[in-house]
Design a protein around this ligand. Structure first.
Ligand code: TXA
Ligand code: MG
Length: 357
């Protein structure tokens, strides 16, 4: 792999022609979507898609999402455009919903990691749509991070992870959703959420009726064996510091934060990722002990908190934080996806005792 690209960062206005030229030459280009930035290549070109796996350090058995700009293009890459797929596309496309359906033979095996299904999504970001339309091919794209890092929600995150490894990043600032798309498996009798995301379980049930949820999604457990979404079995981002999760309903939340802070030892760096309502319950002295305060948003607007989570986690490592206190959200609406990512980031650290930090 060529690893010494002079990576350029451009807006879609300035970079569209170059991005299209690169994609047609079989190169890889990072681009914004409303969820997170994607690392795109021509989905019909196996060699170009192979580069994505190499650049990210992604395991070969983790399939890619194919991004399209019209329903007609989605229909070309699946075997059958089912009633459920039609209903989902009408209700949620363009938007943060990925549909898993039996694949047609034009989809290279490398994209589907040898599965007989393919994941397809029409993103809502105008830059993504313009790029796909102008390139004239579907774009296979995982999140544009190095495997094991949080998905990038700003152009500069892509730059931090991939500079020198890719020729071009199309930059459009912050992503509005900030968590990845919902992956919905429509290949069986009953739709199954393989990964919660920007379109909520409640929204899907309103359109489809019965919708199940894959084992391990709600409790953040690592799924062993052969999960239906291969990506779910891989360890996700774990920050360098210990993570302590604070229950959103806990009346004594502020006292718990104060307790953790009181155990701070010299050299410790504590971060607090919480809602503005919680900050209001802390004293000036307590706030003073916190090295990095990241107000995720208001409990009234969980979407705002969701959009800030990955950026805040990245910042904790940058700031060399060794103890991260993070407030949970109720697991409803976008809160389900937020909690899925937060629990995965916390991993085994979430029950740590303040004495031990
Ligand atoms: O929001 C998003 O979905 C972003 C943007 C760039 O669109 N993309 C993204 O891609 O998050 P990635 O590769 O980081 O995650 C794709 C997920 C993985 O968990 C993968 O295993 C699952 O989708 N997936 C892909 N194809 C699948 C298939 N055929 N069957 C089951 N799961 C699949
Ligand atoms: Mg990813």
């Amino acid at each position: 792999m060529e690893t010494d690209f002079q990576t350029k960062m451009m807006t879609i206005e300035d970079g569209l022609d170059e991005a299209v030229k690169l994609l047609r030459q079989g190169e890889v280009v990072a681009f914004p979507t409303e969820t997170v930035y994607g690392l795109g290549a021509n989905a019909l070109d196996s060699k170009a898609c192979q580069k994505i796996f190499t650049i990210k350090g992604r395991p070969a058995d983790n399939p890619l999402i194919v991004h399209i700009a019209s329903v007609a293009d989605a229909q070309k890459i699946v075997l059958e455009w089912t009633d459920a797929a039609k209903a989902c596309a009408e209700a949620f496309w363009p938007g943060p919903l990925t549909l898993v359906l039996p694949k047609s033979e034009i989809v290279p095996d490398i994209v589907s990691a040898g599965l007989n299904t393919v994941a397809v999504r029409m993103p809502a970001h105008p830059a993504a749509l313009e790029l796909i339309r102008t390139a004239g091919v579907p774009l296979a794209a995982p999140s544009a991070n190095i495997s094991g890092k949080p998905s990038p929600t700003e152009g500069k995150h892509v730059w931090q992870d991939l500079k020198g490894r890719i020729p071009l990043v199309i930059d459009a600032g912050k992503c509005s959703v900030g968590l990845e798309s919902t992956v919905l498996d429509l290949s069986g009798k009953i739709p199954v959420i393989l990964r919660p995301g920007g379109v909520t379980r409640e929204q899907l049930r309103a359109v489809l009726g019965k919708v199940e949820i894959e084992l391990g999604v709600e409790d953040g457990r690592e799924v062993l064996g052969q999960p239906r979404s291969p990506g779910m079995k891989y360890r996700h981002y774990a920050p360098d510091g210990e993570m302590i999760l604070l229950k959103s309903q806990d009346q004594k939340k502020a006292e718990k934060i104060a307790e953790w802070v009181s155990h701070k030892k010299s050299g410790d760096k504590i971060a607090l990722l919480c809602m503005e309502e919680t900050v209001a319950m802390l004293s000036v002295q307590e706030l003073d002990q916190i090295d990095f305060l990241f107000v995720l948003g208001s409990v009234q607007r969980p979407q705002e908190a969701a959009s800030h989570l990955f950026g805040a986690l990245r910042k904790c490592d940058e700031e060399k934080i060794n103890c991260i206190l993070a407030e949970e959200l109720p697991e409803e609406g976008i809160g389900l996806a937020f909690m899925n990512r937060l629990k995965k980031a916390a991993g085994k650290n979430k029950f740590t005792d303040p004495e031990k930090v």
